[in-house]
Design a protein around this ligand. Structure first.
Ligand SMILES: *Cc1c(COP(=O)(O)O)cnc(C)c1O
Length: 493
């Protein structure tokens, strides 16, 4: 981090005087520890730096600031020793250091309107689920301990019954995520044998999840049938042979083929699988537990329906429409689930205790669909109607207007129509009508504002649409409006 001065660049007398006047690391650290300061903000920041930041990081932060001061002196931007007094420098040092030493993984405000934004962590947990995570984090728990018998228990016991009750499955287990669930299912049931799948379902979900690749990794042989747009039952029939291990259906989560298309109804494939004595497996992606009354998702089958239609094993994500933590759920017939539970690979893909705590709590809420809709943020956000969104957008616009900086007459703030998205590779066609708060400025382009908002604390992610910076209130809580306003104010100032 130290910058050396090229020897030929003769430091002038003035520069050396200034460099010597710059406070030392020791002096800055001493000053940080001094409790007496008349500026309460600086005092509070000092206290939190000293309490929360490991000393080596604190030193790095201060060093970085002092290096920048040295550079400014050499470039002639600092000319007066008075600018280098501790009284002047300390507040700047502290702010710079606090910024540099902040944890890397941090909260952001999602004003994009993408509810299941994979890059922003998909689902927010229900309050109860978040509490359960804290409880599990702070204390020992009966993770793999049966309190009835006093003997070793199973980590799935906490959620298996709930999943069965919510889906009608005989048995279930949970793993790290849905990608792991698919891998484990195929590795257990199909290794070294063929899996028949329609060409219309060989999807790539994003983030590197491609069905053909996962199949290859699990050691099974892909037997694709039909064409991209049309697959018939006959295609499945003629592909089945003595090497066949299973038939697989995959939810085409993030795209639709429209026009001259044909897919075989799940029930017909199930009947064929039964006739041939083969299991029918399905990667359902999102996995809706109960019809939550979302008109735009009404075509999506629930997990219960899929199992009822004759699928033997189904997998889905914990953090898509289920609205829980990252997890992969595998549910279905006991004979297959028992084999999957015994696969040694399971140990490498297992779910951790914090996730289990959040998952159990989320699944309990799902037992009452009304409760789920009210308390699970993902469902709540997906179900918001246009009237609620209009109210939220008006409220956000008012908060933004009230906090505009001086000279705010160059700034336009209006409420207009737009679309939110479910996101997370789920339900591509279901644009959700919303209201957007659109900001225009005579001094900044929308793209410049969008970028600047990433550098405030907490950062705000917004969209640019129709030459305006747009905030979608669907993915913001009302308590967050003032934070968005403060952020906008600081970038416009
Ligand atoms: C999202 C999705 C996956 C991946 O699930 P993760 O929980 O992100 O691992 C796999 N298959 C389908 C069809 C999906 O929609």
């Amino acid at each position: 981090m130290k910058k050396t001065i090229p020897s030929e660049q003769k430091t002038s007398e003035q520069t050396s005087v200034l460099l010597r006047a710059l406070p030392s690391m020791a002096a800055v650290l001493d000053a940080l520890c001094l409790p007496l300061r008349d500026d309460p903000d600086t005092t509070a920041l000092c206290a939190s730096l000293l309490a929360d930041v490991p000393r080596p990081l604190l030193r790095d932060g201060i060093n970085d600031f002092l290096d920048r001061c040295r550079a400014s002196i050499r470039q002639g931007r600092i000319k007066n020793p008075a600018e280098l007094s501790l009284a002047v420098l300390l507040p700047q040092t502290i702010r710079h250091t606090a910024k540099i030493c902040a944890p890397h993984f941090r909260r952001v405000l999602n004003a994009t309107g993408v509810v299941l934004h994979t890059n922003l962590g998909r689902s927010l947990l229900a309050e109860k689920a978040a509490e359960a995570v804290c409880e599990a984090a702070r204390h020992y728990a009966n993770l793999e301990f049966d309190l009835e018998t006093g003997e070793r228990g199973s980590r799935y016991s906490h959620v298996e019954e709930l999943i069965c009750r919510l889906t009608g499955a005989d048995a279930a287990l949970v793993v790290n995520n849905n990608a792991a669930a698919v891998l484990l299912m195929l590795d257990t049931l199909c290794r070294d044998r063929e899996v028949v799948i329609s060409r219309g379902e060989l999807v790539e979900i994003g983030g590197g999840f491609r069905i053909p690749t996962v199949m290859e990794k699990s050691g099974c042989i892909l037997r694709e049938v039909g064409t991209t747009n049309r697959t018939h039952l006959e295609d499945y029939v003629s592909a089945i042979c003595e090497r066949t291990a299973a038939l697989l259906k995959v939810h085409t989560s993030n795209y639709r083929i429209v026009g001259f298309t044909k897919a075989v109804p799940r029930r017909d494939i199930a009947a064929l699988a039964r006739e041939k004595g083969l299991p029918l497996l399905e990667d359902l992606g999102s996995g809706i537990l109960a019809d939550p009354g979302m008109p735009h998702l009404s075509d999506e089958p629930t997990v219960g329906k899929v199992l009822k239609d004759g699928v033997d094993v189904v997998t889905f994500s914990g953090d898509k429409v289920l609205g829980g933590p990252q997890a992969g759920i595998i549910a279905g017939k006991a004979e297959y689930i028992d084999r999957i539970k015994k696969n040694p690979l399971n140990r490498a893909l297992r779910i951790d205790k914090l996730t289990l705590a959040a998952l159990e709590s989320t699944l309990r809420l799902h037992l009452d669909p009304e409760l789920a809709r009210r308390h699970i943020p993902t469902l709540h956000m997906l179900c918001m109607d246009e009237q609620q969104l209009q109210g939220k957008a008006d409220a956000l616009a008012a908060v933004l207007k009230a906090s505009l900086p001086e000279g705010g007459e160059n700034i336009g703030i209006t409420v207009g129509r737009g679309d939110s998205r479910a996101g997370g590779g789920t339900f591509p066609e279901s644009d959700l009508p919303t209201r957007l708060v659109c900001v225009t400025s005579a001094d900044f382009t929308p793209n410049a504002l969008q970028k600047a908002l990433l550098h405030v604390d907490p950062p705000v992610l917004a969209r640019v649409e129709n030459d305006a910076l747009c905030f979608d209130p669907r993915t913001l809580r009302n308590e967050e409006f003032s934070l968005v306003a403060a952020a906008l104010r600081s970038v416009l100032a």
